[in-house]
Design a protein around this ligand. Structure first.
Ligand SMILES: NC(=O)c1ccc[n+]([C@@H]2O[C@H](COP(=O)([O-])OP(=O)(O)OC[C@H]3O[C@@H](n4cnc5c(N)ncnc54)[C@H](OP(=O)(O)O)[C@@H]3O)[C@@H](O)[C@H]2O)c1
Length: 234
């Protein structure tokens, strides 16, 4: 049975990824801050796959020490990691030249440093076994600067750079790295926005994309993938 680790997985895209892989027979370790949501997701996974093993771990990924504890727990629980999805992220609107130090730090820590710390902890074993696929959940905001996107744009551009750098560093070890750049996906991130469902992609389509990209032969890696709603950006 293969093993998946996902950060920020109690809702939205992360949750859809966990459920997709769980249903397909994978073991999964996932984290977020809200324990009730973690427990509900673990129950849902167990319903989908009675043979599978699932770890829902409380962790604030903006805190480096907590990420390291989650990484160690996930490794203990799973043994080895076939796929890591650095998914956790927050969006706080504002202009980067005017936003608070706290908001800037919070987005950089949650959206960028979490991926750095979680990957860094899991990569040594991936290198040892010459196996692994790391997905970094950037955004269209990691390619272009959205108006009022502030530190979110900065953090996602940083994650894009991180992903491209990691791809280059890890190719000789047989470890794949893929940057994902979605436009609008219908999740809590868009709560309160008055637009029809058809203007958004579904979280399940992002999960399906990760699944499909991972299942190419070992000779091929999708380095970057851009996904947009059929009707374009919002
Ligand atoms: N939705 C979109 O349109 C869209 C488009 C492009 C890219 N993305 C990216 O896709 C990723 C997921 O977005 P989403 O829309 O699914 O978000 P979401 O629905 O708001 O869910 C975010 C998930 O991350 C967790 N999380 C947030 N801060 C965390 C922290 N400090 N520590 C641990 N977990 C944390 C949340 O759980 P807790 O609150 O319980 O911690 C939740 O499970 C993000 O990186 C986002 O930037 C989203």
């Amino acid at each position: 049975m293969k093993n998946l680790v996902v950060s920020g997985a109690s809702r939205g895209i992360g949750k859809a990824i966990v459920l997709h892989f769980a249903k397909a027979g994978w073991n999964v370790a996932f984290c977020s801050r809200n324990v009730d949501n973690l427990n509900h997701l673990k129950d849902a996974c167990e319903q989908l796959n009675r043979e599978g093993r699932f770890l829902g771990f409380q962790c604030d990924v903006s805190q480096a020490e907590e990420v390291k504890i989650f990484a160690a727990a996930a490794q203990d629980f799973l043994g080895s990691v076939d796929v890591l999805v650095n998914n956790a992220g927050i969006f706080l609107p504002g202009q980067v030249h005017a936003m608070s130090d706290e908001d800037f730090d919070s987005m950089m820590q949650t959206n960028v440093y979490s991926a750095f710390h979680l990957s860094k902890a899991l990569i040594p074993d991936m290198k040892k076994y010459r196996v692994g696929h790391i997905f970094n959940m950037s955004s269209i905001a990691g390619l272009i600067a959205y108006p009022n996107g502030g530190a979110y744009n900065v953090s996602k551009h940083a994650l894009t750079g991180y992903s491209k750098t990691l791809r280059d560093e890890l190719k000789a070890y047989g470890i794949k790295v893929t940057g994902i750049y979605p436009g609008a996906v219908l999740t809590d991130s868009w709560a309160g926005v008055d637009l029809p469902e058809e203007r958004f992609m579904s979280p399940e389509d992002i999960a399906q994309t990760i699944w499909d990209i991972h299942h190419l032969s070992p000779r091929t890696v999708v380095e970057d993938i851009v996904l947009r709603p059929q009707l374009g950006d919002i």
